[in-house]
Design a binder for this molecule. Structure first.
Ligand SMILES: Cc1ncc(COP(=O)(O)O)c(C=O)c1O
Length: 459
């Protein structure tokens, strides 16, 4: 365990003793009992435990009304989708220590056209977590982590000299932005040539110390863990449980946006697997504190080229093996050795969860179809949409089910993948839904010819 992480974890314990504590999630077992509470023995990751008895002093109606009263306000910090749930996230932090960009409150979009046209569904929704400050859901967790670091540095400026992470792109973007806004140094380890240009430029622009390392994400992760064990650099990857406290608010927000009605399914693309656990945790807290009476079934969707969780699931949870992740257009989930594997399994087993996978052509086609219906989604959302299509086709998800697909990043971060697809330039991919631009001379006749051809097809 990294020095800085230990230090910060004990500080969390010390300063929030009456509200939250940390335990570990269970280490992998061949066949864990689905409803067993998190194991507190050594070996698992730390997890924030809230004082549920203290929170239960207020009923579900109280919490619903409190959260609803804060939506859309500019009141610091409660206007943020994360900090509007402050009592459930990091209760006793001083408002002045919070580093926030008013993240969250993201669009829950009724994907009416996509649902009707391609899936015969009426009640399909896309939670656009990528429409956010740095263009991905990572902002939700990073505001919490950087706020806590900010507070610890105020207590002892030399305790943490900087915050570091390994990243497939989005974590480094969020970390560097939040650190820059608090004047905290950030250090990011990126796998060379494996993230999009838009993602790379974000930490550069925000002044992070950027190391481009000739390895994959898993290699970067290994290195940052070793480095943070040696130096007072705080580890910001999602194995740090503070991140998940912020990310879980997306689940609460979905319920809130549905007027506290529970959807049947929520589909989340998974890589390092912290987010799928965060969703479970958010839903579970709402049930335990009486805001809703059940939780949705979760689907974790992986790219076939990086699918260790899918393989584990397909083995009946018998055999887990980390793998070498192959290149995928869903580059942010190109992870073969997910650090939150135990958390993910625990979550999925406790909500009748399912794991699905998407091939490269499937995910790119799904992304293109979503875009053709007016969205502009990232390839990871294409992975989640593919999972939905498969589960609709095999009858697991019914036409009338209410389904939420979590869109994790903004499509504008992945324009190169879209350009490659629409220009039909991807080897061994039919690019069936490509929409190629037509080159035409700057002459009225030539333009008219093209338009006549178009109109004769559409009549
Ligand atoms: C865009 C995007 N989607 C999905 C994920 C997967 O989230 P997690 O690693 O928590 O499974 C990530 C980050 O890894 C991401 O950046």
């Amino acid at each position: 365990m990294a020095t800085a992480q230990l230090l910060s974890s004990s500080s969390v314990l010390h300063h929030h003793r009456s509200f939250i504590s940390c335990t570990t999630t269970p280490p992998i077992m061949t066949s864990p009992p689905p409803n067993s509470p998190p194991d507190t023995s050594d070996g698992g990751l730390l997890d924030v435990q809230h004082d549920m008895d203290a929170l239960r002093r207020f009923d579900g109606q109280y919490w619903r009304a409190l959260f609803d009263s804060r939506v859309g306000t500019t009141r610091w910090p409660h206007g943020s989708g994360v900090w509007s749930k402050k009592e459930w996230v990091l209760p006793s932090i001083d408002d002045a220590d919070i580093v926030s960009a008013f993240e969250g409150n993201s669009n829950l979009f009724w994907a009416e056209r996509f649902g009707n046209q391609f899936l015969n569904m009426d009640d399909l929704w896309v939670k656009h977590c990528g429409i956010s400050h740095t263009g991905s859901f990572k902002d939700l967790g990073m505001t919490v982590l950087v706020s806590q670091v900010n507070r610890l540095r105020k207590l002892n400026p030399r305790s943490i000299v900087g915050v570091g992470c390994a990243s497939t792109g989005d974590t480094s973007a969020a970390l560097s932005a939040y650190c820059a806004s608090a004047g905290i140094p950030s250090i990011v380890f990126l796998p060379a040539n494996k993230i999009s240009m838009a993602q790379l430029v974000q930490p550069i622009a925000n002044g992070a110390f950027v190391l481009s390392i000739d390895t994959d994400f898993d290699g970067c992760m290994k290195l940052i863990k070793q480095i943070t064990a040696e130096l007072p650099i705080y580890l910001a990857n999602s194995l740090n449980s503070l991140r998940l406290e912020g990310q879980k608010t997306a689940a609460i927000e979905i319920l809130q946006q549905f007027d506290w009605e529970v959807p049947d399914w929520v589909i989340v693309p998974g890589g390092n697997l912290g987010n799928i656990y965060a969703f479970y945790k958010g839903f579970k807290m709402c049930r335990e504190l009486g805001l809703v009476d059940r939780i949705p079934r979760l689907v974790c969707a992986q790219a076939r080229n990086a699918n260790p969780l899918y393989r584990y699931y397909a083995s009946g949870w018998a055999d887990f093996a980390a793998m070498k992740a192959e290149t995928t257009f869903a580059s942010a989930i190109q992870i073969g050795d997910p650090v939150s594997i135990e958390r993910a399994v625990y979550a999925l087993r406790n909500c009748e969860g399912i794991v699905e996978e998407a091939g490269e052509e499937e995910l790119m086609d799904a992304m293109a179809l979503a875009d053709s219906s007016g969205m502009f989604v990232c390839p990871h959302t294409g992975v989640a949409l593919t999972a939905l299509m498969k589960l609709r086709r095999n009858g697991t998800i019914a036409a009338g089910d209410r389904v939420v697909v979590v869109s994790t990043a903004h499509g504008l971060k992945f324009t190169q993948a879209k350009i490659d697809y629409h220009s039909g330039r991807i080897p061994e991919m039919a690019c069936r839904h490509a929409n190629r631009p037509v080159s035409v001379k700057p002459e009225l006749g030539a333009v008219m010819d093209q338009l006549s051809k178009l109109l004769s097809h559409t009549r």
